[in-house]
Design a protein. Structure first.
Length: 221
């Protein structure tokens, strides 16, 4: 069932999903869109189920060979987006080039990171999609450490749970609670169908003032 829902989500864009959330807001919908997050590598939108990583200040225990992000990659596949919280304020990478390659090999849909990433040219060479707050050259070594994998995280003040749905494109990153995915998909698909009909009308020669009149203003009703 979750794979079918991911497939449906991938057919939409963030604007249609954001409009659906606006339409449903009065019903108590908690899913949220975050704007202004740049796509640092890859092309096109990504969507999938969240596999989460929480990072904090510090260093791994002595003798530990576990690298941050590696467990998330091994838990992930084509239906997943890895979601990383690195809100420590330390300018240190929460993701790097070998992680991008490892995720690409696993077929992971992409990465969303509230934090700095590095080796972005490597990610671009692998065509691995990354949406991230910023870029850096600074290593995580001795600066930040993985606290948890597949536990609740917070990105841009939005709570994200493992198994929530994520969609990202150049308009926004949207986190959709798993309990809300079907109602949001239904509303977003209805909105997208109405907009497709409006686009067809424009191509058929209907004046833009007519197309963008009451039909557009009542789109979310």
């Amino acid at each position: 069932m979750s794979r079918e829902l991911v497939t449906r989500l991938r057919r939409l864009d963030c604007c249609a999903v954001s409009d659906a959330i606006d339409k449903l807001r009065a019903t108590g919908i908690a899913s949220s869109a975050v704007t202004g997050v740049p796509q640092q590598s890859g092309t096109g939108r990504i969507a999938g189920l969240a596999v989460t990583v929480e990072l904090g200040v510090g260093a791994p225990p002595a003798g530990s060979a576990r690298h941050l992000g590696a467990a998330a990659i091994e838990l992930s596949g084509p239906d997943n987006v890895i979601v990383v919280e690195q809100r420590t304020g330390v300018d240190a990478a929460c993701w790097g080039g070998l992680l991008s390659l490892g995720a690409k090999v696993r077929g992971v849909a992409g990465l969303v990171a509230d934090g700095p990433v590095r080796d972005i040219d490597e990610a671009r060479s692998h065509d691995f999609p990354i949406f991230a707050r910023s870029l850096t050259a600074h290593t995580a070594r001795g600066r930040i450490v993985e606290i948890a994998t597949n536990e609740p995280v917070i990105l841009w003040d939005v709570a994200v749970n493992p198994g929530d749905y994520v969609i990202a494109d150049n308009s926004a990153v949207i986190f959709i609670q798993a309990t809300e995915i079907e109602v949001i998909l239904n509303a977003a698909e209805e909105i997208a169908a109405k907009e497709a009909a409006m686009a067809k009308a424009l191509l058929d020669g209907v004046p833009v003032s007519q197309v963008m009149g009451s039909t557009y203003e009542n789109l979310l009703k």
